[in-house]
Design a protein around this ligand. Structure first.
Ligand SMILES: Nc1nc2c(ncn2[C@@H]2O[C@H](COP(=O)(O)OP(=O)(O)OP(=O)(O)O)[C@@H](O)[C@H]2O)c(=O)[nH]1
Ligand SMILES: [Mg+2]
Length: 255
């Protein structure tokens, strides 16, 4: 197993140093790639300083803020070119606890060979700490809706603490993944599922962001539900069209 932990950052000056040292301590063999979108607060320069002191820390600088989906996709390509076997998605703000990474990686190494391990808030044993009840309810309902509507085999499809095999990333077309907002995680799950990938979930304790500011506005979740609906409708349309064509063929052949 050669693991790359990808940490996308935008203005995470305070959060980054503790997250990096906790990650190095939790998974000593793993390399880290910070993907910074030219943060105005200097997170990118700080990452360079940390990388200069530790050969297992790397930094990818992007020209400007394009959202975490684009940052991850560029990082996946970086990992593919360098022979890693697994990549981890992890936020910089402390919501995803590096101490739980060994559990996710142990699950990824099991003999049923998962292609995607989702650190899940919504399976038995999973926890969501510090979110107002209203945000939790919206997230739970939204996840259930997406799961059913797109037929995905997971209860927390919008979760951002994950392990992928590099081989599944090579099998899906990253250019067709919708990189915007929360929908990125959903669409990655959908791409893996449609490529025949094996998806499993492991319970995690998701914590409230510790310091710094959120980069995601409230409407991205609604936007994500609208996209899910459109995608589901389009797919059902295609299924219906196929069904109708089949019926027509049968009717014609009987004439
Ligand atoms: N490179 C890059 N990273 C980003 C971008 N937007 C967000 N991030 C990072 O992606 C991770 C998740 O973003 P958050 O702002 O924590 O989003 P969130 O977890 O939905 O929101 P909170 O609940 O407020 O924490 C953090 O590590 C951010 O720094 C971006 O445009 N580019
Ligand atoms: Mg966060």
């Amino acid at each position: 197993m050669r693991v790359l932990v990808i940490i996308p950052t935008y203005n995470e000056l305070e959060s980054l140093p503790p997250i990096i040292s906790r990650t190095r301590a939790a998974v000593v063999e793993a390399d880290i790639l910070v993907v910074d979108d030219n943060s105005p607060d200097g997170t990118g320069e700080l990452a360079d300083e940390l990388a200069a002191q530790d050969s297992q820390i790397h930094v990818l600088h992007r020209a400007g803020k394009e959202g975490l989906g684009r940052a991850y996709i560029e990082a996946f390509e970086w990992a593919m070119e360098r022979g890693y076997t697994h990549v981890v998605e992890m936020d910089a703000d402390g919501s995803h606890r590096p101490e739980q990474l060994p559990l996710l990686l142990e699950r990824a190494a099991m003999s049923d060979h998962p292609d995607l391990v989702i650190g899940s808030r919504y399976v038995r044993g999973g926890k969501l700490e510090g979110w107002p009840k209203s945000r939790e309810a919206l997230s739970r309902a939204g996840n259930l809706y997406i799961k059913v509507w797109l037929g995905l085999p997971a209860s927390d499809v919008t979760a951002g603490f994950r392990v992928y095999t590099v081989s599944i990333l090579q099998r899906i077309n990253l250019n067709t993944v919708e990189a915007k907002g929360y929908f990125f995680q959903t669409d990655m799950t959908d791409h893996v599922h449609r490529a025949g990938g094996h998806i499993v979930e492991m319970p995690i304790n998701f914590a409230q962001r510790e310091v710094g500011e959120s980069k995601l506005s409230g409407n991205v979740f609604t936007e994500s539900l609208i996209r899910t609906t459109k995608m589901g409708v389009a797919r059902r349309g295609t299924q219906l069209k196929g069904f109708a064509e089949g019926v027509l063929r049968k009717v014609r052949s009987k004439k």
